[in-house]
Design a protein around this ligand. Structure first.
Ligand code: NAP
Ligand code: ZN
Length: 385
């Protein structure tokens, strides 16, 4: 008897692991994992390849070869049934002789949504949908958001002291949190397509905004390109000598400026390899909505907004933050002029504060991580009641 006959093996959980390995590598496509099982044994596995490459199901079926005939397929997202850049996965599944398909969640993409599953059922396959659905939607939360809204999904991340400062009054912020928290941020960068900051952060910290992971944290497949580094910089004040532009990293740099930026500054940045785009302004500064539209056009669907406080405030003002990752370090720095995570004018009354939904709190080393989702419509709903 083989081990998998006496223990219920969670093949969809394995497919979810595979899907996570593709995250940050396949946008604007969803990250999908697939497993082919025959007689209780995994005979094929696959995960989504970068755009233009094969989908997870096709890789898994190919690796199973003839063993796919009469086998069961476990896949984290509904198989596609349309000709995109690649042929429909439903065709490949039918051709391979798969007998049952276990789908964690339907594809929200309108041309697929439910049709992929219908095609397989009509062809006589047994199809089951929904096991591990929440986890599958969570992995592809950015894809689901992008399909629904047409805009990239924004996670605002900050690290603050217990007294709510993201830097000391001099602007120094190295480091607020400990190593474990910083490693988790690098994992989050690695899952993202772009990292966004304000020019003041570049001037204060001269960050490199690259992904730096040790071998034990580096669990995903190699990425074709590192995450895009984006600076909101209305007047093109980013120093051409900044680390972002020193050529040390292959990660591309996009500097979003307004029409007020001097042509010479723009040229100097371009000469250092930056892609400089002139975007519409809002009260004289780069309009965050225009930044998201521009990034969406470039296939970016998952953004890590790393601050500082003024830029996070500008995104919050337009209700463009979908998720918050706040690290709180048990230390005190004080200072009335030291910056806090969200600057701007803020809300006049505590009753106007935006609550977070589905809040999770955990310890990361000696720091606390609070994760949640701003309920932007909560205030409007409360006023309607
Ligand atoms: N602990 C942390 O997690 C963390 C993370 C990041 C930064 N920091 C710290 O935060 C400090 C910098 O934060 P900050 O709030 O002063 O600056 P910031 O948010 O990094 O940058 C603000 C600048 O971005 C530019 N900008 C472009 N478009 C904008 C828009 N729509 N809205 C607002 N600003 C826009 C503005 O300059 P122009 O008008 O010239 O465009 C503005 O002055 C530094 O001390 C840094 O060390 C800490
Ligand atoms: Zn497909």
């Amino acid at each position: 008897m083989v081990w998998s006959e006496c223990v219920a093996v969670d093949y969809l959980a394995r497919a979810l692991e595979l899907a996570d390995r593709a995250l940050g590598r396949v946008s604007p496509n969803p990250a999908v994992g697939a497993v082919v099982v025959k007689d209780g044994l995994i005979v094929g596995e696959g995960l989504t390849q970068p755009p233009g490459g094969a989908h997870a199901e096709v890789i898994a079926l190919e690796s199973a070869g003839r063993r796919a005939d009469g086998a069961d397929l476990y896949v984290t997202l509904e198989p596609c049934c349309h000709h995109g850049r690649t042929p429909p996965c439903t065709d490949a599944i039918l051709r391979a002789g798969i007998r049952s398909v276990h789908v964690a969640t339907l594809d929200p993409y309108p041309v697929v949504n439910g049709r992929g599953v219908d095609i397989l059922r009509r062809a006589g396959l047994q199809v089951e949908v929904g096991t591990h659905g929440d986890e599958a939607r969570q992995i592809n939360v950015a894809f689901f958001h992008y399909v629904r809204t047409g805009r990239p999904y924004v996670t605002a991340k900050w690290a603050m002291t217990l007294d709510g400062k993201i830097a000391a009054r001099s602007g120094d912020s190295r480091w607020v949190t400990g190593e474990e928290a910083r490693r988790l941020v690098h994992r989050e960068r690695d899952a993202s397509d772009a990292i966004v900051v304000g020019v003041q952060t570049v001037l204060a910290d001269n960050p490199s905004l690259t992904v730096r992971l040790g071998p034990s944290d580096d669990v995903r497949v190699p990425r074709p390109t590192p995450p895009l580094r984006v600076v909101l910089d209305s007047l093109a004040r980013t120093p051409p000598t900044s680390k972002l532009l020193d050529g040390e990293s292959a990660a591309p740099v996009l500097i979003a400026v307004t029409a007020r930026a001097p042509a010479e500054s723009i040229e100097n940045l371009r000469a250092r390899g930056a892609d400089v785009v002139v975007l519409p302004d809002l009260a004289g500064r780069v309009n965050p909505r225009a930044v998201l539209d521009e990034l969406g056009r470039r296939g970016v669907i998952r953004i890590l907004l790393e601050g500082g406080g003024e830029v996070i405030a500008a995104f919050a003002q337009q209700q463009l933050i979908d998720r918050v990752l706040a690290f709180v370090a048990p230390k005190l720095v004080g200072g009335r002029s030291a910056p806090s995570p969200i600057g701007g004018d803020g809300s006049p009354m505590m009753a106007d504060a935006i609550p977070l939904r589905d809040v999770q709190t955990r310890l990361v080393g000696s720091d606390i991580l609070i994760e949640g989702y701003p309920a932007w419509n909560a205030i409007a709903e409360a006023k309607d009641d």
